[in-house]
Design a protein around this ligand. Sequence first.
Ligand code: CO
Length: 134
Amino acid sequence: MIGRLNHVAIAVKDLESASATYRDTLGAKVLPPQDEPDHGVTVVFIELPNTKIELLTPLGENSPIAAFLDKNPAGGIHHVCYEVDDIIAARDHLKAEGARVLGDGEPKIGAHGKPVLFLHPKDFCGTLVELEQA
Ligand code: CO
């Protein structure tokens, strides 16, 4: 059911410093920051030949990644995103398998303008999973 790895998301406290690490130290193609007020984050995408890295930092009060950064002050891998062809069919299959879909279970428009859903980390080896309809 799942297809390509769309991105690995890394939460950071200092987006500028993290962007510089990827751009200057690792020599990656780093895109400009994008505010995502609906998701409470500012995002920087890093384009790799086979996938992307998504650097996330909190935007505004009550950011969903604030608690993660309190627990992981140096930053850390926050989620992985897999592509699916049909997000509704994927959701229904996952629910039938007993997996927990976060929120109200309805896809939201993610940072790439495509529908996304998040799955409970306890059902997926301790990793928060994002599904994106490719
Ligand atoms: Co993501």
